[in-house]
Design a protein around this ligand. Structure first.
Ligand code: ADP
Ligand code: MG
Length: 194
């Protein structure tokens, strides 16, 4: 859970995010959310326009979470932190996300060596994590975005085959040092046989 006092997104006196089914039990909400996102991921290819810009990221978030939260596909409107790490000020999300997305140029990326591509991918993941554009679901949205990007560059990554704790710890460390995240990505990305 995020450390937010008096969040505008939770039920009064609770840390449970307001949701479309009005589930007020944290565990039940988590289970519903996890199942729904897994199902939504299985149908995403039909629904998303891969434009590699802010609209693309918002479309992934909207698709994954639209049955669960009203804020699906929308930037957060409050500041959040986790374990004393404060994510970007919410007022700057729109502008900062555009800056991050401007770095993605598929034709340029196709020219990079594998090692340089992995460094680039790691930086985008870290940028998106530090920005944390959505109130919940940033990790899953980012990983799907990266999966699609790598696929279009001729590579495959299956984040579900990687130990979640390992991804989590590497991404936390990456805000100061990306070495571990880069190594993890290097091990996990395969060239697609076409
Ligand atoms: N202390 C932290 N410092 C930096 N990043 C963190 C920290 N704790 C969690 N994160 C990042 O936040 C992500 C979780 O964001 P969240 O919005 O809950 O998305 P999801 O539930 O889809 O994983 C983690 O995957 C991790 O990358
Ligand atoms: Mg989460």
């Amino acid at each position: 859970m995020y450390d937010v006092k008096n969040s505008i997104y939770t039920y009064p006196g609770s840390e449970v995010l307001k949701n479309k089914l009005n589930i007020q039990d944290e565990e039940k909400l988590k289970n519903y959310e996890v199942d729904m996102v897994a199902f939504k991921l299985s149908t995403i290819e039909k629904h998303i326009k891969k434009t590699y810009d802010e609209n693309h990221l918002k479309a992934i978030h909207k698709h994954l979470f639209e049955e669960v939260y009203d804020f699906a596909g929308k930037y957060r409107k409050e500041n959040i932190e986790k374990e004393n790490f404060r994510f970007s000020e919410y007022e700057y999300i729109e502008e900062n996300l555009k800056q991050i997305m401007k770095k993605i140029d598929l034709e340029q990326l196709k020219k990079l060596s594998f090692d340089d591509l992995v460094i680039f991918i790691s930086q985008i993941m870290t940028d998106l994590n530090v920005l944390h554009p959505f109130r919940e679901g940033n990790g899953r949205t980012t990983r799907e975005f990266i999966r699609e990007l790598l696929y279009d560059l001729g590579y495959e990554i299956n984040f579900f085959l990687i130990d979640y704790e390992e991804i989590l710890n590497a991404s936390k460390k990456a805000v100061v040092d990306e070495t571990e995240q880069i190594a993890l990505l290097k091990r996990s990305i395969q060239k697609l046989e076409k």
